[in-house]
Design a protein around this ligand. Structure first.
Ligand SMILES: [Zn+2]
Length: 202
């Protein structure tokens, strides 16, 4: 009985550790949390790398979640990583594949999320394809790119940052000459690979 109990404990431990081994692990998606986050069999949470899906109160939140559900729920998936395996919340952070289709790219191609860059992930080989997918979605007005919005006169991008803001955003801070750029439209900003600030939500 003790042996059996020990075996169960060891199985559980290795089961959990097993989620984090090898560059091309296979998993099954057991729950879709939102448009860019899923739960894997075994309890690990995966945040899709370089993609930011609409937040709960934003247009296309439900559509993004439903898209990810239809694409991944109950299916065997593969993950590749882009440097660090986990984010600061302990979630796995990676590119998710169903067969040969990269889910991260499919989300952007359908206009159901924004390319989400950081200094740490801009150099990854996958990023060019993601940006191309986003540009095509913008040009064709797919998904959230068709949602009506009241545009600002212009948007602001601070040097070295991958976000853009509404002119009045409080998280911009001081605007000294030479430390920021004016961008005419949100589409233009996103076609460059910038993503909307999470505070002012342009
Ligand atoms: Zn902002």
């Amino acid at each position: 009985m003790a042996v059996l109990a020990a075996a169960v404990v060891i199985f559980r431990l290795t089961g959990r550790i097993g989620q984090d081994v090898g560059p091309d692990d296979r998993f099954v998606v057991v729950r879709v949390i939102d448009g860019d986050t899923v739960e894997l069999k075994g309890g690990d949470i995966l945040r899709l790398l370089a993609v930011d899906a609409p937040e709960k109160d934003d247009p296309y939140y439900e559509e993004a979640r439903e898209f990810l559900t239809a694409m991944t729920l109950g299916k065997p998936v593969r993950i590749t990583y882009g440097g660090g395996r986990r984010d600061r919340y302990g979630r796995l952070l990676g590119f998710l594949y169903v067969d040969d289709t990269m889910v991260n790219q499919a989300i952007l191609a359908n206009g159901l999320g924004y390319l989400y860059l950081f200094r740490e992930n801009t150099g990854l080989p996958e990023i060019a394809g993601l940006l191309t997918a986003q540009k095509e979605a913008i040009a064709s007005g797919r998904g959230l790119w068709a949602a009506p919005r009241s545009p600002e006169d212009y948007y602001i991008n601070k040097s070295g940052s991958f976000r853009f803001h509404r002119p009045g955003c409080r998280s911009i801070g001081e605007l000294r000459p030479g430390t920021y750029r004016i961008i005419a439209t949100r589409e233009e900003a996103c076609a460059e690979g910038l993503s909307p600030c999470r505070n002012c939500r342009p």
